[in-house]
Ligand binder design. Structure first.
Ligand SMILES: [Zn+2]
Length: 80
């Protein structure tokens, strides 16, 4: 069982959380200027690194708050 540390509730089981995808994806500065291909890139394409990866998680069965964290995609260890 993977344990995830919620910043507000402390360490809880993985089943209390939902994954929210890559963190720190910046909204386009000038969205009206984007082509369809650039919009698709923003909406659907995310990094898929082997190693540390900034992610968003929500504590759905607890405080229901979102937070960013860094998880190693090889070991599933949360490093930050
Ligand atoms: Zn929580």
């Amino acid at each position: 069982m993977l344990l995830i540390s919620c910043p507000w509730c402390g360490e809880r089981e993985e089943t209390e959380f939902h994954y929210g995808g890559q963190a720190l994806v910046a909204y386009p500065a000038n969205p009206d200027a984007l082509s369809d291909e650039e919009w698709a890139q923003y909406l659907f394409f995310r990094d898929n690194p082997k190693g540390d990866f900034a992610e968003r998680w929500v504590h759905t069965a607890g405080c229901r708050r979102w937070f960013n964290t860094v998880r190693n995609t090889v070991t599933s260890e949360f490093t930050s």
